[in-house]
Design a protein around this ligand. Structure first.
Ligand code: ADP
Length: 582
């Protein structure tokens, strides 16, 4: 089968395939778009929660520092014990996880540092030394730090004001009186292991808090700083522990650069690595302003972001759609193949039927010629001087020839009907003549039965082919006799009914079942279960029906098994000429 034939044969399957495929793709893209939009909304909400959580945490720590600040405002001399008790009460590890320490740095002029050291050594009964480069006029050494253990001990005595980033934030805090975050630093608490970026949150403590109005007042009255140092990874890890479905990167300041990175929840730095970013479904870039500094938060969706149902839904739609498409295509291809096969078989049976008709036509024609010669020879023989005993054989031969002749004419007629070549010679004649002539010829042949005219035949004139109509009526009469083997009367009547001449032939014979009645006018049909003595080929009613039909009339049968049959020919009174072929 070439390509064009293939397309022509299976165009419906191809159409189904493309329509369903288009529908599937459309459904897939719709579901995919709406699922993506839902995931995007979800992502935006999650990022918003992240930034809010971070801000809230910074504000929580500011509150802690405010508490510490109040401690100093409540007393002129806050001892280390006061401090320790106060911080222990806060229960930092439970209430504020991620905080490295809460500490206090005293604000001391350079020349008073030694005095401070001596005082503290005495008060704490421990070795206390200020660690500073002594470059500034003032120092801010850490004198209280809690918890006073582990890596925090490294910070004890450290002068934060000597380091530039810390100094910048401390200056901001002291001049504004507001909390101030440093830029990214490395805490002095860090050892050589697991070094993390860090930052500090400062709140100034003034000597005379009520009289500080201007920046100068504040600098003049500065007493120290309460502050929190943070290890960024520890802090953010605890703050963002509920956001595993998105990766968060926090950068100090406004630039995505590794040296600014405070925290990254995963191994990849999507904000910096453009190439990797292309594989990420959603990203978000937000800036947080808090405690006088700026953090840039870059969030990206992880591979597991969004519920699995949300993510799998479009693929599911695609799979189901493709499965339905394939199924429908298979069904339609099978349907086309079956239809092709049925059509082929139909064509084949029509072809056989045609061949059969052709054969009947040729055979009947070929039989007719020798039969005519036989008939002529018998006639010659009949005229010869024969003994009476021999003449009986000639008469018997004549009867058989007549039967054979009828059979061949029937076959010829069937063949002509099939070919649409049944000829009609139209003329006017009376119903009476038609009926009487037919009855007479049949009665002459079949003396076994009596054909009774139950009413005087109508005198009405009809138009048509008298020979053909006689042929039809004769066939009904012969059948009435043939199929009434034990009954000897056949009744014929005529009447006018609704503009038609009705010629009725009634017998009291074997009758016809309802099922057979539906088929008796078909070519070569014979009722089932007929006695073998009732010979025939099932052509008579087919030819008769065709003749009457072509005269625009009809044959109606009423019968029941063993109840006899009534065949009625309906012929229109004002019959137009017989119509053309079947
Ligand atoms: P044939 O008589 O050669 O079989 P017909 O076409 O004349 O063919 O009739 C078709 C069939 O109709 C018959 O075989 C017979 O079964 C049924 N038939 C026709 N006329 C009668 C009748 N008067 N009584 C019972 N059966 C009949």
């Amino acid at each position: 089968m070439d390509f064009r034939t293939l397309i022509k044969t299976y165009y419906s399957s191809i159409l189904i395939f493309f329509c369903l495929l288009a529908f599937t793709l459309f459904a897939y893209s719709t579901v995919e778009t709406s699922a993506k939009a839902r995931r995007e909304r979800l992502f935006e909400q999650r990022v918003q929660r992240v930034t809010e959580t971070i801000k809230n945490r910074v504000s929580d720590y500011t509150q802690i520092l405010k508490g510490c600040q109040s401690l100093f405002y409540a007393s002129d001399s806050v001892t280390y014990e006061n401090w320790k008790t106060y911080i222990e009460n806060l229960n930092l590890n439970v209430n504020y996880p991620g905080i490295q320490a809460v500490a206090y740095a005293a604000w001391v002029p350079k020349e008073e540092v030694r005095l401070l050291e001596a005082k503290l050594r005495e008060r704490l009964n421990a070795n206390f030394t200020v660690k500073s480069d002594f470059q500034q006029t003032h120092l801010a050494p850490i004198i209280y730090i809690e918890p006073f253990t582990g890596r925090n001990l490294r910070a004890f005595g450290y002068d934060m004001y000597s380091e530039v980033k810390r100094r910048e934030a401390m200056h901001r805090a002291m001049t504004t009186g507001q909390p101030a975050l440093t830029r990214r630093v490395t805490l002095v608490q860090e050892t050589h292991e697991d070094v993390q970026p860090g930052f500090l949150l400062y709140l100034p403590v003034y000597a005379n808090q009520k009289s500080v109005k201007t920046a100068e007042d504040r600098v003049r009255n500065l007493r120290g700083f309460v502050y929190n140092p943070f290890r960024a990874r520890d802090l953010m890890g605890s703050v963002l522990s509920n956001f595993k479905d998105i990766q968060v990167e926090i950068y100090d300041g406004n630039h995505f650069a590794e040296e600014n990175l405070l925290y990254a929840s995963g191994p990849n730095l999507y904000a910096i690595e453009e190439k990797r970013r292309a594989n990420v479904e959603f990203t978000s870039d937000t800036t947080i302003y808090t405690a006088g500094t700026q953090w840039r938060v870059f969030a990206s969706s992880s591979e597991t972001f969004g519920s699995s149902i949300e993510r799998d839904q479009p693929v599911l739609v695609l799979i189901v759609g493709l499965a339905i498409t394939s199924l429908m295509v298979i069904i339609s291809v099978n349907f086309v193949r079956n239809r092709k096969r049925v059509l082929h078989e139909l064509m084949l049976s029509r072809e056989i039927e045609k061949k059969k008709d052709e054969f009947i036509g040729i055979a009947s024609h070929e039989l007719k010629t020798p039969l005519t010669s036989i008939k002529a020879y018998i006639q010659l023989l009949d005229r010869a001087d024969l003994r009476e005993s021999d003449r009986i054989f000639v008469r018997k031969a004549n009867v058989q020839i007549k039967k054979l002749n009828n059979l061949i004419s029937d076959l010829l007629n069937v063949s002509k009907i099939q070919a649409g070549k049944l000829q009609f010679n139209i003329g006017s004649f009376s119903v009476k003549d038609l009926v009487e002539d037919s009855v007479e010829s049949v009665q002459h042949l079949y003396s076994s039965h009596k054909i009774i005219l139950t009413s005087a035949p109508l005198e009405s004139t009809v138009e048509g082919d008298k020979f053909r109509l006689e042929q039809a009526l004769t066939n009904l009469l012969v059948n009435a006799i043939k199929y009434s083997p034990g009954n000897y009367n056949v009744y014929v009547s005529t009447r006018i009914e609704k503009g038609c001449v009705v010629i009725e032939v009634k017998d009291e014979g074997i009758g016809i079942s309802e099922r057979s009645q539906r088929h008796i006018f078909e070519k070569f049909y014979r009722a089932e279960g007929l006695s073998p003595a009732l010979s025939g080929l099932g052509m008579g009613l087919y030819i008769s029906n065709e003749i009457i039909r072509r005269h625009h009339g009809k044959i109606v049968v009423k019968s029941a098994p063993e109840k006899g049959s009534v065949f009625s020919i309906y012929l229109p009174l004002s019959s137009p000429n017989p119509s053309g072929g079947a």
